[in-house]
Design a binder for this molecule. Structure first.
Ligand SMILES: Nc1ncnc2c1ncn2[C@@H]1O[C@H](COP(=O)(O)OP(=O)(O)OP(=O)(O)O)[C@@H](O)[C@H]1O
Ligand SMILES: [Mg+2]
Length: 303
């Protein structure tokens, strides 16, 4: 059973004076078992609308979606889901421990298990020092951390996270990325939205790009990065002057040259270096990054 299966999903919001906003336009997307899928899109592109449909907060206008084979309108399907909403908000008179007690009991966790698991997730998110304070005294980043803690509490199989890194400092962002990767290593599935391409590049197996409610691309991140290689920066010593003729070149030291060789010229260049007794000291790919890929899609769609 697929963790997430979305078929031809559309959502139209009704706004004032009978006006309508098409927030999702015929979205079809599958999330595979054990993968981390980044749902990447600019502001207002329909990420949260998709996520809210999956967790039953709103109803789609058309199409269907299921979680582990169960339709999303059946609330039982959420037993196996950890959900972090965009801008999480809690009963702020509770402490984080009290809040986690509430969450744990709705998932049927027994008291002892709940206590150890609460401690575990509060430790993990570095919130233990504040766990006896009311949530109203928490900073924005601390509230976000608590949002993640409650999503992890019952050790679900699928994580649906709406901008999990939002509002966190660099340490917090690194921590959350590590948590996501660790979940995958434990066989869990993670579907998270973001507009930060570097986060996708750092942790995702695949990326799905959404713009103006339409899915524009679904790709393996490794393939995009590999395809994005434009050429190689090569540091070279020895060989004749002639070797670098026609290439973009910097002279680094007396005999050390740095050349940029296009991907298509690489084999020929390597052959020339070997025939000419040159020595390659370093070779690094220069790639079009995910940011560029994303911007190209967004610009094309907005034009
Ligand atoms: N309750 C609502 N009523 C009317 N329109 C809405 C509502 N919620 C969202 N929209 C509209 O639907 C579109 C998609 O919004 P959505 O919140 O899904 O975007 P998003 O990709 O999550 O954006 P962001 O990155 O800013 O969080 C936007 O045009 C938004 O204005
Ligand atoms: Mg959103």
């Amino acid at each position: 059973m697929l963790p997430i299966d979305i078929e031809n999903l559309s959502k139209t919001y009704s706004v004032k004076r009978g006006r309508k906003v098409l927030a999702l336009d015929n979205l079809t997307l599958q999330v595979d078992q054990g993968e981390i899928l980044g749902f990447l899109g600019p502001n207002g592109s329909g990420k949260s609308t998709t996520i809210k449909t999956l967790v039953g907060q709103i109803r789609a206008t058309q199409g269907k979606a299921s979680i582990f084979g169960q339709p999303v309108r059946d609330s039982n399907c959420r037993q196996r889901v950890g959900y972090l909403p965009e801008n999480p908000a809690f009963y702020d008179f509770l402490t984080s421990h009290q809040y986690l007690d509430l969450v744990g009991s709705t998932f049927g966790m027994d008291a002892n298990h709940l206590r150890t698991e609460s401690d575990r997730v509060l430790d993990l998110l570095d919130l233990h020092h504040a766990d006896r304070r009311p949530i109203r005294s928490y900073s924005k980043g601390m509230v976000q951390r608590l949002g993640l803690a409650q999503a992890l509490l019952h050790d679900p199989d699928l994580y649906i996270l709406d901008e999990p890194m939002s509002g966190l400092d660099p340490l917090g962002r690194a921590l959350v990325k590590q948590i996501i990767v660790d979940l995958k290593h434990r066989g869990k599935t993670v579907f998270f939205s973001t507009h930060v391409t570097a986060d996708v590049e750092a942790v995702c197996d695949r990326v799905a790009v959404i713009v103006s409610g339409k899915l524009q691309a679904v790709n393996l991140v490794s393939e995009l990065l590999e395809k994005g290689i434009e050429g190689y920066v090569i540091q070279l010593s020895g060989g004749s002057e002639q070797l670098c003729a026609g290439f973009e070149m910097n002279l680094r030291e007396d005999s050390l040259r740095e050349v940029f060789v296009q991907r298509r010229d690489l084999n020929r260049f390597m052959g020339d270096v070997s025939r000419d007794n040159g020595e390659i000291l370093l070779m690094e790919p220069r790639r079009r990054d995910l940011e560029q890929f994303f911007l190209d899609i967004v610009r094309r769609e907005k034009e």
